[in-house]
Write a protein that binds this ligand. Sequence first.
Ligand code: FES
Length: 138
Amino acid sequence: MNAMGPLPYSATVLDHFENPRNVGDVAGTAAVATVENVDCGDRVRLSLRVADSGIILEARFRTFGCVAAIAASSMTTEMVRGMDLESAAALTDRQVAAALGGLPESKVHCSVLAERVIRKAIENYRSAAGKAGQEAKQ
Ligand code: FES
């Protein structure tokens, strides 16, 4: 709630906040990242299980943050499951917000955490895979 009253969240946002999907961690994966919004201190950790084919089989999150950040994290895990890494890395905060039925103007920035964390997790996965590939050549 703010000084003007409760924010006008969509039914989908409230559903993902009250019943977040895929909370937790994927164990033993290099496809993991944590990002923080330095302005508010909200934090999202995302981990992925990626098949050798590059398809995301599982996505889990832990978010310390506001209603919008939690709902966006939950929605992101649902959206990226079944995607290939290219498509998931191209996911935008606007797509996540749209899938949530929109976000109040003052909370649009909260979905940016979801976009940043999925890109970072994929970057970390590719970096680890690159190193493993180099070690295998030696
Ligand atoms: Fe910090 Fe929403 S207020 S991400």
